[in-house]
Design a protein around this ligand. Structure first.
Ligand code: ADP
Ligand code: MG
Length: 446
């Protein structure tokens, strides 16, 4: 059995090797290891979470298809990070044209060689953030300290942050640069507590010249970690060392962030990365295409840029998916491949446009009540039920939290939970309600 999964995987690999362009295969498939087969689930391992998320977002359907075709049955595919593994050679080759080795900072964090200023497309949505990052890279601990970059997922925070690291390490070969996710920082800290090595932990983090901490929203509600973070921050700041932080929201929206940390984050420069406009999205697609040595017809690029607006990672993913799939089929990329391969991303994009307000409005119209009834304190069933339907749809179609939804209806999160449970239950037996919800969803996604 043990060799079984290895054999299956090697067949699937061979299949993919034949179908994919060599550089794509080397870059993304050759670096995967088969780890185990548990029932119908094949567990594959990769070196880090960058690979994991990339593969999950872009290659799952292809890999599933390859497995199905060599085994004549369906498998679930799960990726895991095997932290013990070194980053595969292919990572260093990622930018072969760039002739720049994967950077190993003086400490042991690895920066993605793709994430440099040269690879970053500047447009109105990110020009401030870019300028601030460049200023920090050129004059660490002098320009802005700390630099706080915030914005939604996939808008280039990690990219800019790492670009600072690479820039500094080229300018000042002896600078100690350390990149870490906030979560890894936390794990490191916890481990040092368990092993009673907090002294080493502190020495490690407090002797760095440029500390890059990614995704500090992770600090939300973690008091002991905030404490340690606070001291690290102070030690570095007082020694005039550069600190760069990223976050998926503005500082004052990090739940439960201690006031003293909030104040410190605000000492430096805060810049937001916003959603790119059409022109920037197109420029990014063209640049990525060039870097990956791909060539899609212009009309397809335009279609992708027009429809994927909220996340640059998805833009990039779309490009790869379409090209990989077309080459798997041995066809030139076409509009039907685009629509087919990107259906889920396109659906997500559509949903992003749905606001709680639009839900309230459309549900109110459907049940012929006033918009104000959605938030009023009245409880007659004729109003209460549509309100519950609207809460249910908010939960289902937006990313807002229960308390946020509650607030939009002038109620608390428990009421929203109750509404969702009630509608869920009723749908099981009430065909008319199911029908109404389908109509509402359709109207909302238009
Ligand atoms: P975040 O950290 O904000 O979630 P990332 O920095 O990981 O986003 O960016 C997601 C992907 O989009 C990366 O592959 C990155 O290279 C790319 N990207 C983001 N912004 C730009 C840009 N302005 N130019 C080129 N690539 C970009
Ligand atoms: Mg990031």
């Amino acid at each position: 059995m043990e060799t079984n999964y290895a054999r299956i995987w090697s067949k699937a690999r061979a299949y993919l090797a034949e179908k994919l362009p060599k550089d794509i295969f080397d870059r993304w498939i050759a670096v995967i290891d088969a780890h185990a087969l548990e029932g119908d689930t094949l567990i594959l391992t990769v070196a880090n979470d960058f690979y994991q998320s990339w593969l999950e977002e872009n290659y799952l359907p292809l890999i599933r298809q390859a497995m199905a075709s060599v085994c004549s049955r369906e498998f679930n595919i799960v990726f895991r990070v095997d932290a013990g593994r070194t980053v595969p050679v292919a990572a260093a080759r990622m930018e072969a044209a760039e002739e720049r080795p994967a950077l190993k900072a003086k400490t042991d964090s690895v920066l993605n060689p793709k994430y440099t200023f040269e690879h970053f497309v500047v447009g109105p949505s990110n020009s401030f953030a870019h300028a601030a990052a460049l200023a920090v890279a050129q004059s660490p601990a002098i320009a802005y300290n700390p630099l706080f970059l915030y914005g939604g997922s996939g808008l280039g925070k990690t990219h800019l942050m790492q670009a600072i690291g690479q820039y500094v390490s080229h300018q000042h070969a002896r600078s100690r640069i350390f990149y870490t996710s906030c979560e890894a920082f936390f794990n490191d800290y916890v481990e040092s507590l368990q092993r009673k090595t907090t002294i080493q932990f502190r020495r490690k983090y407090r002797t760095i010249d440029v500390l890059l901490i990614d995704d500090v929203h992770f600090l939300a509600g973690k008091e002991s970690m905030q404490e340690e973070f606070f001291h690290t921050f102070n030690a570095l700041y007082e020694n005039r060392k550069q600190i760069v932080l990223t976050c998926d929201r503005p500082v004052n929206e990090i739940r439960g962030l201690e006031q003293r940390l909030m104040t410190r984050f605000q000492w430096g420069q805060m810049t937001q990365l916003e959603q790119p406009d059409m022109e920037t999205r197109m420029a990014i697609l063209c640049k990525k295409q060039e870097e990956m040595k791909l060539k899609l017809p212009n009309e397809l690029l335009l279609f992708i840029a027009e429809h994927i607006r909220s996340n640059i990672r998805s833009l990039e993913g779309a490009l790869i998916r379409v090209t990989s799939y077309a080459s798997l089929l041995g066809r030139t990329p076409s509009m039907d491949i685009v629509e087919n391969q990107l259906r889920d991303i396109l659906d997500q994009e559509k949903q992003r446009d749905i606001t709680m307000e639009s839900i309230q409005r459309i549900v109110a119209e459907q049940y012929d009540i006033r918009l104000g009834d959605m938030t009023s304190k009245q409880r007659p069933q004729a109003i209460a039920f549509p309100r519950q339907v609207a809460m249910y749809l908010c939960r289902d179609l937006t990313n807002h939290s229960l308390p946020a939804i509650g607030e939009a209806f002038g109620r608390n999160h428990a009421t929203v939970m109750h509404a969702c449970a009630l509608i869920n239950n009723r749908m099981k037996t009430d065909a008319e309600l199911r029908q109404t919800l389908a109509v509402l969803r359709q109207r909302l996604s238009r």
